[in-house]
Design a binder for this molecule. Structure first.
Ligand code: HEM
Length: 482
């Protein structure tokens, strides 16, 4: 009665009591994590602050992988659950990951993916959203990846590769220089995607600006500010945050410029990504269009370029595999290399070891899920699909799981195929995978059939949103001279 009097009416008293209950459960869970832990997946032993620091670093997917190895389970919790907030679960079990990704009520955690809206200067892009907003845009752009458009886009990417070989690689070889494989692939594919998807000829200065500014915004908004939210509040006084905001504006201006150039075209090609975005009535203004253009520009080149870079590096490090692949490619095959099992297996193996979206796929569970060992992942949990754990699982890929062995795919088991998830799965999987596969399958044999590659400087893998091969220098030698 005292409570009711205190709060004047029943509704307020009930709301206060509910709040107290939730708080007490939260505090109880905070004080007695072990008692609550039994039915949930194992908790990672790293403390909260250490976990946040690791997730916000370039080491993100390897930290997750090492944690799984150290505790010996592929599904585990991270100590990121604050009081009554959602549980944070790493899912490195491929079967469970596929089940979660296929669930209709399960979707992206918009509260987390919304941080990528900073990259698009505040406008929402479809890759960060759910529901009708996401659906109408995803559906709108899907026809741009029909087989005829993929063939058209791929032909340009292959032509860019030939041009790069003639005008850049051969020049570097003549000067006795090595090349930064990550950087070169990024430049080549950014130019290609601009031309094919947006009918825009990007200048060398714009390429430089886009790559530089993207590095700044991804680091600040998708890593630092995501795991250190106070950066957003203190934004205006933090130089790095202010720099990132300026970079996001410059990127948005480039997308606006692409829109203006498109509006001036006399005969735009029907069905390109740009054409479908411009004609889609769901977009309310050009800022929304610019957001999807920025996102497509980025994912349309960065992922494919780094996949190619990792594959070329692996081959350069493994001369026998490189020679075997080269021998398997005949002149005729360059017209339809995706039909070559050796090329397909090489790329699969490289994607398995270096999933460029290793840190990217998160979902908030729409219902309860149960792990293989009977642990509960309650509805509303944030799950991170840990592709690196699945694709380096010794029980599926054997003791040599960390070795680059393309031939292992000649006798792929159902478990291997199940664990192979470089493009995600379910409704919100990669819309551009047909293009990515076509480009990688065609460009790789063109380079390998003409040049012998060796490693000058191995560089390193870094993860800021996607996994990148940084500072890796390869040396190429024309085959006729070897
Ligand atoms: C080897 C190359 C690529 C890899 C490994 C890759 C991987 C992925 C993954 C794992 C996702 C799922 C993210 C999630 O579930 O939340 C994704 C989404 C996406 N990818 Fe790719 N991708 C590649 C190339 C491309 C290309 C070439 C394009 C476009 C030209 C593209 C466009 C997209 C888009 C738009 C989404 C978001 C889909 C949606 O929200 O419905 N990707 N990609």
């Amino acid at each position: 009665m005292l409570l009711i009097e205190l709060f004047e009416n029943w509704t307020r008293a009930a709301a206060f009591a509910a709040l107290l209950l939730v708080l007490s459960i939260g505090v109880y869970r905070w004080i007695h994590p072990k008692k609550c832990a039994k039915k949930f997946p194992t908790m990672a032993p790293t403390g909260t602050l250490k976990t946040i620091a690791a997730l916000a670093s370039a080491d993100n997917p390897w930290f997750i992988f090492r944690t799984a190895q150290s505790i010996g389970v592929s599904v585990f919790r991270l100590p990121l659950q604050f009081l009554w907030g959602p549980m944070f679960v790493v899912v490195g079990d491929a079967k469970l990951a596929r089940t979660i990704l296929a669930d209709k009520k399960t979707e992206r955690p918009a509260s987390i993916t919304a941080s990528s809206d900073y990259i698009t200067n505040g406008a929402r892009s479809f890759a960060s959203t759910n529901g009708p907003f996401w659906h109408v845009r995803r559906k709108g752009v899907t026809p741009a990846f029909s087989s005829s458009h993929v063939q058209r886009m791929n032909a340009v990417a292959v032509a860019k590769c030939d041009k790069w070989i003639e005008e850049r690689l051969k020049l570097l070889i003549d000067k006795g220089k090595s090349f930064d494989v990550g950087d070169e692939m990024l430049d080549m594919l950014l130019v290609a995607v601009c031309e094919t998807a947006f009918e825009y000829t990007i200048s060398p200065d714009e390429v430089k600006m886009f790559k530089h500014d993207m590095d700044i915004v991804l680091l600040e908004f998708l890593f630092k500010a995501l795991f250190q939210p106070w950066r957003r509040v203190l934004g205006r006084v933090l130089p790095a945050h202010r720099r990132a905001r300026l970079a996001a504006t410059r990127i948005q201006n480039l997308s606006f410029k692409i829109i203006e150039a498109y509006k001036k075209l006399d005969n735009p090609t029907e069905g390109t990504i740009m054409n479908l975005i411009m004609c889609n009535q769901a977009y309310e203004n050009d800022a929304e269009r610019a957001a999807d253009i920025t996102m497509m520009l980025f994912v349309g080149h960065d992922t494919t370029a780094n996949t190619l870079a990792f594959t070329l590096k692996e081959l350069a490090q493994n001369p026998q595999q490189q020679e075997a692949l080269r021998r398997s490619i005949r002149e005729d095959d360059l017209q339809a290399p995706h039909q070559l099992e050796s090329v397909r297996n090489t790329i699969r193996e490289s994607m398995r070891l270096h999933p460029v979206s290793a840190a990217g796929t998160m979902r908030v569970t729409g219902k309860d899920f149960v792990t293989m060992d009977g642990k509960l992942i309650p509805a509303g949990s944030i799950t991170q699909m840990a592709y690196m754990i699945m694709m380096r699982d010794p029980s599926v890929f054997g003791k040599d799981y960390d070795q680059f062995i393309p031939a292992r795919w000649e006798k792929a088991t159902p478990e291997m195929n199940q664990a192979f998830l470089p493009f995600g799965a379910g409704r919100q999987n990669c819309v551009g995978q047909s293009l990515a596969n076509a480009e990688v399958n065609c460009i790789l044999p063109r380079i390998i059939s003409q040049f012998e590659l060796t490693v000058d400087e191995p560089g390193q893998s870094e993860c800021f949103y996607s996994v990148k091969l940084v500072n890796c220098k390869l040396r190429a030698k024309p085959i006729s001279q070897s």
